[in-house]
Each structure stands twice: as structure tokens, then as C-alpha cells.
Design a binder for this molecule. Structure first.
Ligand SMILES: C[S@@+](CC[C@H](N)C(=O)[O-])C[C@H]1O[C@@H](n2cnc3c(N)ncnc32)[C@H](O)[C@@H]1O
Length: 200
């Protein structure tokens, strides 16, 4: 299972954003929406061995986390507006009192809480921190059985997340000499991973 955790420093944890201007009204949630596509979607299907977590640290409802599981999610569409609509519905879904999460439908879950909630959900794993100044991925042996890849947003990572990743001894890996968009970093990561271990 490959898991991706995208930290949205300002990405809104509430559904109060405009579908007509997601980038301008949501703290750059658009970057995280594109990351869903990059992490889970391939031509004509979903990667069933992947899960993506969007950690939403922006706005009055933060922190919250949206988890999307490629193995069981259905009817995901790759265009940004559809993904924005899906995440908006998930963030607006009524909570069941006493439960720290809401399942919008199979494979789409919203948790109260941010990074610590994600870490509790992940359990023991090999942590990789995607960092432009990390070790070149081409020279690294990767755990492809149970890796978790952490990625930042257009501003990189916030200080608290950086401190936690250091504490977890996450391995810093670099994908190449250019700092690319988060969703493109996920695509490069998948390409590397697919080459090392081609899907059956
Ligand atoms: C747009 S970049 C962030 C750039 C930001 N200005 C910074 O200083 O970190 C978004 C995220 O994609 C990942 N990323 C982008 N390019 C990368 C690269 N060449 N190697 C590793 N990770 C990369 C990192 O996780 C980064 O936080």
C-alpha cells in the first residue's frame, strides 16, 4: 500500500469556498484536489493500492483530514471541479455525535484532527518526507511495501510539521533538481515507484 499525506497549511477545513474560484477562496485547496488525482487516478481507473490524506490546516474548522482510499472509492472523476464538489460535500456532511469522523460514502472519510490523527490511522510505516534538499531518490532503496510519503503545499511545510517529521525520523528524499507542484511531485514519485515495482 502506498500512502500519501499532503499538508495544506492554509487549505480550508470547512466547506465555505466557491466552486467557481477554488484557488482564490479555499487557501489553495486546489493543489490538494489535484493531488487526489495524481495519487489515485490512472488512465481508465484507480490505483487500488493507494490512499491519500489531505490534512487541512486552514480556517475556523481546522484541523480536519480527508482520507480517500483507492481500493474502495467509486465514481471519482479526475476534473478539479468534480473533486472540489466531492471534498466540499465531505466537509459539509453532518457529524454523528461522539464519532471523530464522518464517512461521506465508501472510501471517503473526514476526520476531526490533523497530522496526529493521520499518524494514528497509519500505524507502523516507513516515513518519507518529500524535500527538494533531500537525498536523490534514484540513489535510495525505498520501502515499497508500506511507505508513507509526506508532501507540502505551495509554501512547503509549516514548522510544527517539520518538527514532527524530524521526530519521526522521516527520510528526506528529493525527486530531482527542480521544485515542482505538489501534484507533479506525486506523479514523479509514482513513476519512480512503478519502474521499481511495475503493477501486475
Ligand atoms: C511547490 S513545492 C513547495 C515549494 C516551497 N516553496 C518550499 O519552499 O518548500 C510543494 C511540495 O512538493 C514537494 N516537492 C516539490 N518538488 C520536489 C522535489 N524536487 N523533490 C522532492 N519533493 C518535492 C515537496 O514536498 C514540497 O513541499
Amino acid at each position: 500500500m502506498r500512502r500519501f499525506v499532503v499538508i495544506g497549511q492554509r487549505a480550508t477545513a470547512s466547506p465555505d469556498f466557491s466552486l467557481n474560484d477554488v484557488a482564490g477562496t479555499s487557501g489553495r485547496l486546489d493543489v490538494l484536489l489535484r493531488s487526489i488525482r495524481a495519487a489515485l487516478m490512472i488512465s481508465h481507473g484507480l490505483r487500488t493500492d493507494a490512499v491519500v490524506y489531505l490534512v487541512l490546516l486552514g480556517g475556523h474548522a481546522a484541523p480536519r483530514t480527508v482520507r480517500i482510499e483507492g481500493a474502495i472509492a467509486r465514481f471519482l472523476r479526475p476534473d478539479e471541479r468534480s473533486l472540489a464538489t466531492l471534498v466540499q460535500k465531505a466537509l459539509a456532511a453532518p457529524k454523528t455525535p461522539g464519532y471523530p469522523f464522518v464517512t461521506l460514502r465508501r472510501g471517503i472519510t473526514v476526520f476531526d484532527g490533523g497530522l496526529e490523527t493521520v499518524l494514528a490511522d497509519l500505524g507502523p510505516s516507513t516515513f518519507y518526507w518529500l524535500d527538494e534538499n533531500g537525498a536523490d531518490i534514484r540513489n535510495e532503496a525505498l520501502d515499497l511495501e508500506n511507505p508513507v510519503f509526506f508532501l507540502g503545499d505551495p509554501q512547503g511545510f509549516d514548522e510544527a510539521t517539520l518538527a514532527r517529521l524530524s521526530e519521526l525520523r522521516a527520510e528526506r528524499i528529493c525527486l530531482g533538481p527542480v521544485s515542482v507542484h505538489t501534484d507533479d511531485a506525486i506523479t514523479l514519485l509514482w513513476n519512480d515507484s512503478d519502474r521499481r515495482s511495475p503493477p501486475a
